[in-house]
Design a protein around this ligand. Structure first.
Ligand code: GGG
Length: 347
C-alpha cells in the first residue's frame, strides 16, 4: 500500500482549526482510496517563538526535508510577535529553502457560493513567483530612529528565477485554455519589470500555441473585477501575485475559498500546501473558520502526490457541500459542521 509522510504545521490562530479539518478529510479519502497518510505535527508558530525565540528550530528545514509534503495552516499573531518576524521566520524560509518557486492559486466560484461580481463563469489560475522578487528580504536600515534614517529594500529578479516561473506559467496555460497573462509594471519599474517583459517575449517563441498578453499590474487588477472571464493563467511576481490573489479570493467569495500550493516543480524537496488566508486572530478559537480553502489545498496536495483520483473526490465533496449551501455564508456553519458535511459527501 502506498504511504506518504506529511509534515503538519498548523501555525497560529485559525490555522489550527482548518488544518485539523483538512486532516480529517484527507484521512477519510486515504482510507477509502487505499493509501496511507502519516502526519507528524510541528508546533512552530508565534507561541513557539515566545517560548524559544525562534519561529522554528535551527534544524527545522533539515527536519522537513524528509517529508513527502507539508500541510500548513497560517502564520501570524501580531499582538505578540511582529508580522515581519513571524513571516520571515517560518513561511518564507520554507518556500525559499525548498525552491517552491511556483505558488499556484485557483480562483473560481464553487457551486452555491455567491461572489460580489455579476460575472460567474470565470476560472483563473494565478501563479505567483514565490522565492525572490520583492520578498527576497534584501535590504536594511541605517541611522534608525534619527532624522537621517534610511530604509532600503531591494527586489531581486534573476534570469533563472524569472525564466522558470514564466515557463511554468506557459506550461500550465498549455494544459488549460492556452492563454497567459504576464504581469509587470514595466512603465514605472524600468529595470526588473522590463527584464521580466523581455523574458516573456523571448519565451513566447517556445510556446507558439499559447496566446500571451503582457499587462501592467493596475490594469490586470481592474480586469480581474471587470472581465475575469477573459483571464486564464496569470503569472506575476511575488508582491504583485500576493496582491492580485487577494482580489482573486474576493471575487471567488472570500478568503475562505482561496486555496494554494507552493510547488517545487523539480521535486527535489517537499512542496507545501496552505490556504491563502492568514491566522484571522479576530475569529481564532471560535470554531467558525471556513475550512474549505484549506481542504481544497489538501486536494492540491493529493494531486501533487499523484493521488489524482482521491484529489478529484475531495473536490467533488467540497462542491457537493457548498452546493447544499453549507459553508457558503460567513459564520453560519461551524468549522466542524462544514468538515462533517465534506466527509459525509465523500462517504
Ligand atoms: N496560510 C497563509 C498565511 O499564513 N499567510 C500569511 C501571510 O501573511 N502570507 C504572506 C505570503 O503568503 O507571502
Amino acid at each position: 500500500m502506498k504511504s506518504y509522510s506529511i509534515a503538519l504545521i498548523p501555525g497560529d490562530g485559525i490555522g489550527r482549526d482548518v488544518t485539523d479539518a483538512t486532516w480529517t478529510v484527507l484521512e477519510t479519502v486515504a482510507k477509502q482510496s487505499g493509501f496511507v497518510l502519516t502526519g507528524t505535527e510541528f508546533p512552530w508558530s508565534c507561541r513557539f517563538f515566545k517560548e524559544t525565540g525562534r519561529m522554528m528550530p535551527e534544524d527545522g528545514i533539515e527536519t522537513l526535508h524528509g517529508f513527502n509534503a507539508i500541510l500548513f495552516g497560517a502564520v501570524g499573531w501580531p499582538a505578540e510577535v511582529p508580522d515581519f518576524v513571524s513571516l520571515h521566520g517560518l513561511l518564507l524560509p520554507i518556500r525559499k529553502a525548498f525552491v517552491q518557486y511556483a505558488n499556484i492559486r485557483p480562483h473560481r466560484l464553487l457551486p452555491g457560493v455567491t461572489g460580489p461580481l455579476r460575472a460567474e463563469n470565470f476560472d483563473i489560475l494565478c501563479i505567483r513567483e514565490n522565492t525572490e522578487g520583492e520578498y527576497s528580504g534584501a535590504g536594511g536600515r541605517v541611522h534608525q530612529g534619527t532624522l537621517d534614517e534610511v530604509a532600503v529594500e531591494t527586489s531581486i529578479f534573476t534570469r533563472a528565477g524569472v525564466e522558470r516561473i514564466l515557463r511554468f506559467g506557459f506550461e500550465q496555460a498549455r494544459t488549460r485554455r492556452g492563454k497567459l497573462a504576464s504581469v509587470t509594471k514595466s512603465n514605472a519599474q524600468k529595470y526588473s519589470m522590463v527584464f521580466w517583459d523581455e523574458i516573456t517575449r523571448k519565451l513566447s517563441a517556445d510556446y507558439p500555441d499559447v496566446d500571451v498578453t503582457t499587462y501592467h499590474v493596475d490594469a490586470l487588477a481592474a480586469r480581474m473585477i471587470m472581465a475575469p472571464q477573459s483571464l486564464d493563467v496569470v503569472v506575476a511576481s511575488n508582491l504583485f501575485g500576493d496582491i492580485l490573489t487577494d482580489i482573486g479570493a474576493a471575487i471567488q467569495g472570500g478568503l475562505g475559498y482561496a486555496a494554494s500550493a507552493n510547488i517545487n516543480p523539480d521535486r527535489s524537496a517537499p512542496s507545501m500546501f496552505e490556504p491563502v488566508h492568514g491566522s484571522a486572530p479576530d475569529i481564532a478559537h471560535l470554531g467558525i473558520a471556513n475550512p474549505i480553502a484549506a481542504i481544497w489545498s489538501g486536494a492540491m496536495m493529493l494531486d501533487h502526490l499523484g493521488e489524482t483520483a482521491a484529489a478529484g473526490r475531495v473536490m467533488k465533496a467540497i462542491e457537493a457541500t457548498t452546493a447544499r449551501g453549507i459553508g457558503t455564508t460567513a459564520g453560519k456553519d461551524s468549522t466542524d459542521a462544514i468538515t462533517a458535511a465534506v466527509v459525509a459527501a465523500l462517504n
